[in-house]
Design a binder for this molecule. Structure first.
Ligand SMILES: *Cc1c(COP(=O)(O)O)cnc(C)c1O
Length: 401
């Protein structure tokens, strides 16, 4: 069998970033509010809002910061209950706690999407909702928005890992009241660290921008659609002047300089990522022991990894499969089995006293995660698929013997 490919390196950063960084090195102008206008962070906000199809964007230090600021900008009272999926990254319940709110965990189905019956059952007890499109798997946004709109409950989309995913042709992150994205290195656009939130709500963006650290009159450098300082935006900023704490979660111009040249790459990365994913999915689905969940009908995905469930394997066999794959050179993360996994809700012990979520727990014990960077070739994808298929055959062959 050929050598397994390197799946850890990110995509190279486009060379155009070097010129932008050189210019910043020359001027030393790394703070977003120094320049009178056209700072890289401001330009990124305009380009990103336009790319996604929203009115406003606010670039910040991480997606976690964007989630925290979204909850703060919604003006939720202390101890407000926020419904989140039980399958997400620990940063999500953490952002809720950070905003002085209380996370309420919702069951997630075998297909990694929110269980709508549990969602509806818990919805009347919460004041806000965060939908985490975990690993880019989109929950039923039509059903979620209908239920939440009927109750006036705001929806924050955690689209950290969903840049490029669409729902009925609309970009994920533009469906709820706010959408939050990550530029951490494992996401579709990589700045090492960074995040951004988008919204059409002038009041919300004004509150979030001030709390992100737009002190004094720096808010005047925040622009609306087409780089214009619209009256509703100015009024919103004037209204909140001196009324809000400053948490200083700003993005540096250096990060924006690394991000901006990657935005034109997005279309290519999404196209290749989806083709790679679907190729491997088809190969894995030839095994009776693997099951790759289908996307929902309105969803078009932008994957840089693949998730699949093991079918008919005991916990011991699941562990043996992961070890066999690792021995052959492919790292499989079984979310519920790897020690201290940050995506297993029972490890969020900072929450205390959480009820069990048996459906999500059962899913996490059989759900596998394998990285599939966009740059892999067909031959490299075949090596990964061959190894996974061989590892499960070996494990289950032994079991039958
Ligand atoms: C990566 C990720 C986050 C956290 O993003 P940061 O920018 O690292 O704070 C939150 N939610 C999901 C679903 C993620 O994948």
């Amino acid at each position: 069998m050929a050598l397994p490919p390197n799946v850890h390196d990110a995509e190279p950063i486009p060379a155009a970033a070097r010129d932008a960084i050189d210019a910043l090195m020359q001027s030393g102008d790394l703070f977003r509010y120094t320049a009178a206008e056209d700072a890289p962070v401001t330009l990124l906000e305009q380009e990103y809002a336009e790319l996604l199809g929203s009115k406003y964007a606010l670039a910040v230090s991480s997606c976690s910061a964007a989630l925290f600021l979204s909850l703060k900008a919604l003006g939720l009272p202390r101890d407000a209950r926020v419904l989140i999926p039980a399958f997400t990254f620990a940063a999500v319940p953490s952002s809720v706690v950070h905003a002085d709110c209380v996370p309420v965990l919702c069951e997630v189905a075998d297909n990694y999407r929110i269980d709508m019956a549990d969602f509806e059952a818990k919805l009347d007890s919460v004041q806000a909702v965060i939908i985490s499109h975990m690993r880019g798997h989109t929950s039923d946004m039509d059903a979620i928005m209908a239920l939440c709109d009927a109750r006036g409950i705001p929806v924050v989309e955690d689209a950290a890992h969903s840049l490029g995913t669409t729902w009925n042709g609309r970009n994920i992150g533009t469906i709820g009241k706010v959408g939050c994205f990550s530029f951490q290195s494992y996401k579709m656009v990589n700045a090492g660290e960074g995040g951004i939130l988008i919204t059409d709500d002038a009041d919300l963006i004004a509150r979030a921008a001030i709390m992100s650290g737009a002190y004094e009159h720096n808010w005047k450098k925040h622009k609306g659609p087409h780089g214009e300082n619209t009256p509703d935006l100015q009024q919103a900023f004037a209204k909140w002047q001196n009324q809000l704490p400053l948490y200083n979660l700003r993005m540096s111009n250096l990060s924006a300089a690394v991000i901006r040249p990657q935005l034109p790459e997005l279309e290519r990365r999404v196209r290749l990522g989806l083709a790679n994913h679907n190729y491997v999915a088809e190969r894995l689905n030839t095994s009776p022991f693997f099951q790759v969940p289908e996307p929902l009908a309105p969803e078009s995905r932008a994957p840089d990894s693949i998730q699949f469930n093991l079918a008919g394997l005991s916990e011991e066999q699941t562990r043996a499969f992961a070890i066999a794959a690792a021995d052959k050179g492919v790292k499989v993360q079984v979310f519920g089995l790897s020690t201290d996994n940050a995506r297993a809700f029972w490890n969020w012990q900072f929450l205390r006293d959480q009820p069990d979520l048996p459906q999500t727990r059962a899913m996490l014990m059989k759900a596998c995660d394998v990285r599939l960077p966009v740059r892999l070739t067909r031959a490299e994808l075949d090596v990964i698929a061959d190894i996974l298929l061989a590892a499960v055959e070996e494990t289950m062959g032994k079991a039958a013997a």
